[in-house]
Design a protein around this ligand. Structure first.
Ligand code: ADP
Length: 273
């Protein structure tokens, strides 16, 4: 009787476990379908009209329909800059989805990292000036090449440089360097601003993580940039590192394998799955 009881109980437990697993599977499949549908809506239903709004605003800004009075011009500028913010958010959400699914496409080619770092500094100079911060090249080695996707690596640099400026004090400096370290190229972005508390130093590389996530925080942002940057660097087989101390500043480092100078040049799209 006892054995039969144990057998009976085991069978019931097994059935219950089986049912729970089926339920979980159905739920996770439903969640995956809902997510895929959400991504597709974001991609088509938000991106397409946004592109059209931003196109129209560009024409207005460029004076294609006559010059605007100053107050109207100001309103168009505000609308255009918010359009750009929305577009950036949509792109981040789509990138995040690709990274999470291991589907980020990296188009590798011989890539001049020296030129790319200089270009990124220039591209972020205006933003830095607006934040009253100076972006300074401290030591940029010449002719550093990696096998990478210039567009994606630019995205990483833009994130690190704009963050460094955003989280610096007015009048502060951001130091950018590129050096060879053995068989690696090492980019350093150092700021002397807020710094990041130790308990956040791993977390901020996760999606939607911000040290200050309150609604009244002074600086905008979504908390997606570093998560995407890490995904991109790791898709290149590289490493994104951080050292930081509160009130002293932060040092973000990107390490990538140096291009093998003897390797034949080739362009290949890589699915990192
Ligand atoms: P966002 O800047 O849009 O919030 P990120 O993913 O780029 O998102 O960064 C996540 C968080 O990490 C930021 O909200 C901020 O709290 C912190 N952070 C990133 N870079 C720095 C930095 N250079 N100095 C201080 N804090 C930083």
């Amino acid at each position: 009787v006892l054995l039969a009881g144990i057998f009976f109980m085991d069978a019931r437990q097994q059935r219950q476990m089986y049912n729970e697993n089926v339920e979980l599977l159905v739920k996770s499949r439903a969640a995956a379908e809902a997510k895929a549908q959400f991504v597709s809506v974001v991609n088509h239903e938000l991106r397409t009209p946004l592109t059209s709004i931003s196109g129209s605003l560009s024409l207005l800004r460029g004076g294609a329909v006559g010059s605007l009075e100053a107050p109207a011009r100001k309103l168009v500028e505000i609308a255009y800059s918010n359009c750009s913010r929305l577009a950036a958010l949509i792109n981040d959400l789509l990138d995040l989805d690709k990274i999470e699914a291991g589907r980020v496409t990296i188009e590798r080619r011989k890539c001049d990292l020296t030129a790319l770092v200089r270009e990124a500094i220039q591209a972020n100079a205006t933003y830095a000036v607006n934040e009253q911060v100076s972006l300074i090249e401290t030591d940029i080695a010449e002719d550093v090449h990696v096998n990478g996707d210039p567009g994606r690596l630019m995205q990483v640099l833009n994130n690190l440089l704009s963050n460094a400026a955003k989280y610096s004090d007015h009048g502060g400096e951001v130091h950018v360097s590129l050096r060879r370290h053995g068989d690696k190229a090492r980019i350093e972005v150092r700021d002397f601003g807020l710094g990041i508390p130790e308990e956040y130093q791993t977390r901020i590389f996760d999606k939607f993580q911000q040290v200050d996530s309150s609604d009244h925080r002074a600086r905008g942002g979504t908390g997606l940039g570093l998560c995407i940057a890490k995904g991109i660097v790791e898709s290149h087989g590289g490493r994104l590192g951080l050292q930081s101390e509160v009130s002293k500043g932060s040092l973000f480092t990107v390490e990538l394998d140096l291009e093998d100078v003897n390797a034949p040049e080739q362009i290949r799209a890589e699915d990192t799955r």
